[in-house]
Design a protein around this ligand. Structure first.
Ligand SMILES: Cc1ncc(COP(=O)(O)O)c(C=O)c1O
Length: 340
């Protein structure tokens, strides 16, 4: 076992995810797009509550909540947040109460499906207490405010940050690197880059920290899905260094290796783009693979864009990390309506 794997295994961890998630070759998509071989790691298949990348983070966060004697989790996100759906499912599984701030109004031009189906529909099935709030409220004060109220009511709340993106949640994606390298080794495969959608920074920061320790030459390319590439880059950089500090990883990657690619989010978070629609369509029709409109669809559009721009050699093999999000397809179904 590497030192890193030892440090990780010393941390308390709730067993929530179906791991290891599969890796698959996307042969028909590779042939259509041209260029490097594309393989996908299916973190949309982490299992719990329809899966996704937050389940890995929640394994560490909810173990900490339990260790500190909490009885209730507080977190938040937008109406179609995958993070709050997975948090609600994880709390149901381990028997913690769950209070979620559901912020409405970040995404303009949505229809009734946005409020009735997809993630928000599932949140209710997992028994979470949903607290609606308008987007634009002070996000930093919101969760502590709910936690204070719950404390006054006699509860012991534990705050899971937005996106599960603090150092502890990020351990889920450090652990991901240990898992992936073992899996590639077992399959006799090597890869030349990892590409994925990046938002609240925990996924990319964790992968970068894991790669720093175990595969320092492997590029990790985050695709900005928030239409805020500078903010995402700054958050990834800060969380990467905090995570390395926590794990005593002293040799760090140079700043240029923290790569957040702009240009694939369109006009804003959650808004549809032609590139996303093309990616969702190609993955569905050529591979039977569901991407989502807000994250993995834009992430994959970024990968297609990088391939078309000549970023990779034809002999390369690129791993797309599918971070989940497919329930949101139902909330956005009008965006995919085919002409009669
Ligand atoms: C499906 C999906 N992909 C990617 C991300 C981005 O991950 P991170 O917030 O760790 O950057 C999210 C975050 O909500 C997500 O739900």
């Amino acid at each position: 076992m590497t030192d890193l794997a030892k440090s990780l295994s010393a941390l308390p961890r709730a067993e929530l995810a179906h791991l290891p998630t599969p890796i698959e070759r996307l042969e028909r998509l590779t042939a259509r797009v041209g260029g490097p071989s594309i393989i996908v790691k299916r973190d949309d298949c982490t299992g719990l509550g329809m899966g996704g990348n937050k389940v890995r983070k929640l394994e560490f966060l909810l173990a900490d909540a339990i260790a500190t004697g909490a009885d209730t989790v507080v977190s938040g996100g937008v109406t179609q947040s995958n993070h709050i759906r997975q948090t609600a499912a994880a709390c149901a599984k381990v028997g913690l109460g769950c209070h979620l701030a559901v912020m409405d109004g970040r995404v303009p031009k949505v229809d009734a499906d946005y409020y009735e189906t997809g993630n928000i529909f599932l949140d209710g099935l997992f028994g979470a207490n949903l607290e609606p709030i308008a987007w634009g409220a002070d996000r930093n004060a919101l969760l502590p405010g709910i936690a204070d109220r719950l404390t006054r009511e006699g509860k012991k709340p534990y705050i899971v940050p937005y996106g599960g993106s603090n150092v502890l949640g990020t351990m889920g994606y450090v652990q991901f690197v240990v898992e992936l390298l073992q899996q590639l080794n077992d399959a006799g495969l090597s890869i030349d880059a990892i590409v994925h959608a990046s938002g609240s920074a925990g996924t990319q920061a964790g992968i970068l920290a894991g790669v720093t320790a175990l595969a320092p030459d492997l590029p990790v390319i985050g695709i900005d899905i928030d239409a805020e590439p500078e903010r995402v880059h700054a958050d990834v950089t800060r969380l990467y260094h905090d995570t390395c500090d926590y794990l005593d990883i002293t040799d760090r990657l140079p700043p240029e290796r923290i790569e957040v690619v702009a240009g694939y989010a369109g006009d804003g978070y959650g808004l549809i783009t032609d590139g996303m629609a093309e990616a969702v369509d190609l993955a569905g029709r050529l591979e039977g693979l569901l991407l989502d409109p807000v994250y993995s669809g834009k992430g994959f559009a970024g990968l297609i864009g990088l391939i078309r721009a000549g970023r990779f050699k034809p002999a390369n093999r690129v791993l797309f990390l599918h971070t989940g999000g497919t329930p949101a397809l139902f909330a956005y179904r009008s965006a995919f309506a085919k002409p009669a």
